[in-house]
Structure formats: structure tokens, C-alpha cells
Design a protein around this ligand. Structure first.
Ligand code: F6P
Length: 328
């Protein structure tokens, strides 16, 4: 029979995302509600390896729902990639009498969690927290919505100056090798073109599209470029290439960078984090393990950590068509 879960550990790992604090709060408070103990590990897997944790109760998480980042800090631990590192982490969990773990992070976090639970038989529930939205088994990851709002706000500002100077702006956004941020923010900000890794527009088509925009009377344009785009040039080379081939364009580049990871989480991300994490605690207390909890068509769903990692969360290609129609 599965061991009764009395004490749950929680950590945040990988790139931080807005809403991770709301997620920690929901884990801690759900544990308190169900009379389970809760401990928070600092810096993801690294804190597990070093035994760096604190006891948490309902009051340890007061007023953090509004804050970006993660009070438990985050890291990408190289040591956890080794068997020895994972053994140290397992020993520390034992010492801290932790029965199960909730891991809040992205695919790297789940990959680590899966191998850890296979080696050490510690029940794990994964909660998808990353601005990239690139996790299978959930329509949304915690932080994606806030990052989109940050990007759209920044692009709106760039559009003001772009239109004042009749300029073309290439704006690089994050997303690693997925185009969710670029595609959604591009539509939200009314971009003329959106370049994402999932769809190779090609340099010729980009030039044609920009030329068409100019001929149709547009005096300024925005091209949103996902950092993982595979057009064959980085965003600076792309701007140079366009300047050489379309000399009428005054092209500039903005790389939005880590601003996309910060800020107070949107209401959507706070609600999402709260729902996912209450469910994560309930799943563990119910004796379930090695699952990821996600949201699909507004319902809480679970899939195995393996499934979450196996296939890729597909982008909605219809959004590209919408973008084409609307950027006429
Ligand atoms: O996974 C989140 C993310 O922000 C990606 O969009 C980006 O490629 C990466 O992390 C950047 O990582 P770091 O903060 O380690 O440079």
C-alpha cells in the first residue's frame, strides 16, 4: 500500500515565471487546509541537493500572490543531472521527512522529476510554470499570460515611436524553441509579420510581405521575431538584410529580454496557479503520483510526467492565418 502523505515539499525550478509565488502560496495553504505539513526548498533541485529548505505555514505566504519571481528562488542545477546529485537530494528529503514533492517549472524540471522518482520512488506532481507555454498536457502554463501582457505593452510603446519616425521594428521575444509568445503577442499587438520556429516564412516571403505593406500605404511596421525562429539569421542580421534589400525601410531592433519574466502576475495566472496547485496537493493526498496537472478546455486534467515530456505542445496554426488576414 502507498505510504500516507503527511509532509509535502515544494520547489520552483528553471526560468522563473510570474505566478510562481501564487503557486507556492496555493501549495502551502492547501497543505494547511488538509492538515499536511509543508516545506519549501530553495533554488529548485539545488536546494534539495544542499538540504536548503524552510518549514512553511499559511502565514509564510501572506501577500505574495501579487509578487513576480519566486520567494523560493530558482535555478538550473547541473549537479542534479548526475546520479550522485540525485542521491544527495533523496537523502536530504529523507532527513527532512518529506514524503512527496510538488515541482513547479518547465520541461527540464519534469525531466529531472521523472528520473528522480524512478530512482528513489518519491511521489511527484509537476505543475507547469514557464512563460514559454511549451508544455504538453496543458493549454496554459503559469506565467504565459503575464508575459504576453508585458510584451504587448512594450510593443505598443515601440509602435508609438515606430509610427512617429516611419520605421520598421524587429522585436525579439522569448520562448526558447517555441513560438507561443511571439504568435500571441504578435496578434495582440497587431504586428505586420510574426516569425516563429514552427513555421519557416523564408527570407523572400518576408521581403515580399514588407514590400506589400509599404505599397499598401503603411508607413511603419512591426515584425515580432521569436528567439527560436529558424529563418537562418539572428534578429540583428535580419534587420541588416532587410535594410540592404529594401533600402526605403529604416529598420531598428529591440530585444525585449528578461523584462518578459518579471512583474506582478495577471489575474489569469494567479487563478491558474491557485487551481493547479490545490489540485496538485489533493492528488498527492489521494495517493496519486508522477503526474503533471494541467488545464485543458478550462478543466483540470492530469497526464503522466512522461506524456508531458513526450510530445510537443502544438501551436495553433490558425493564428498565423488570422495574423495574415489582419495585417493586410
Ligand atoms: O524558459 C524560460 C526562458 O525565459 C526562455 O524563454 C528563455 O529562452 C530562457 O528561459 C532564458 O534563460 P536564462 O534566464 O537562463 O537566460
Amino acid at each position: 500500500m502507498a505510504k500516507k502523505i503527511r509532509r509535502i515539499g515544494v520547489m520552483t525550478s528553471g526560468g522563473d515565471s510570474p505566478g510562481m509565488n501564487a503557486a507556492i502560496r496555493a501549495v502551502v495553504r492547501a497543505c494547511a487546509y488538509y492538515n499536511a505539513e509543508c516545506v519549501g526548498f530553495y533554488r529548485g533541485f539545488q536546494g534539495m541537493i544542499e538540504g536548503d529548505y524552510l518549514e512553511m505555514n499559511a502565514r509564510s505566504v501572506q501577500n505574495i500572490i501579487t509578487r513576480g519571481g519566486t520567494i523560493l528562488k530558482s535555478a538550473r542545477s547541473k549537479e542534479f543531472l548526475t546520479k550522485e546529485g540525485r542521491q544527495k537530494a533523496a537523502d536530504n528529503l529523507k532527513r527532512a521527512r518529506v514524503d512527496a514533492m510538488i515541482l513547479i517549472g518547465g520541461d527540464g524540471t519534469f525531466r529531472g522529476g521523472k528520473i528522480f522518482s524512478e530512482e528513489h520512488h518519491i511521489p511527484i506532481i509537476g505543475v507547469p510554470g514557464t512563460i514559454d507555454n511549451d508544455i504538453n498536457g496543458t493549454n496554459y502554463t503559469i506565467g504565459f499570460d503575464t508575459a504576453l501582457n508585458t510584451v504587448v505593452e512594450a510593443i505598443d510603446k515601440i509602435r508609438d515611436t515606430a509610427s512617429s519616425h516611419n520605421r520598421l521594428f524587429f522585436i525579439e521575444v522569448m520562448g526558447r524553441d517555441a513560438g507561443f509568445i511571439a504568435l500571441n503577442s504578435g496578434i495582440g499587438a497587431g504586428a505586420e509579420e510574426i516569425l516563429i520556429p514552427e513555421e519557416d516564412l523564408g527570407l523572400d516571403r518576408l521581403l515580399d510581405s514588407l514590400e506589400r505593406s509599404r505599397r499598401s500605404g503603411k508607413t511603419s511596421s512591426i515584425v515580432v521575431v521569436s528567439e527560436g525562429d529558424k529563418i537562418g539569421k539572428n534578429v540583428f542580421e535580419l534587420a541588416e538584410y532587410v535594410k540592404e534589400n529594401l533600402p526605403d525601410y529604416d529598420a531598428k531592433v529591440t530585444v525585449l529580454g528578461h523584462i518578459q519574466r518579471g512583474g506582478s502576475p495577471s489575474c489569469f495566472d494567479r487563478v491558474l496557479a491557485s487551481r493547479l496547485c490545490v489540485r496538485a496537493v489533493e492528488l498527492l493526498l489521494d495517493g496519486q503520483e508522477n503526474l503533471m496537472v494541467g488545464i485543458v478546455n478550462n478543466r483540470m486534467e492530469t497526464c503522466s510526467l512522461e506524456q508531458a515530456l513526450q510530445s510537443k505542445h502544438e501551436i495553433n496554426k490558425d493564428l498565423l492565418r488570422i495574423s495574415d488576414i489582419l495585417s493586410i
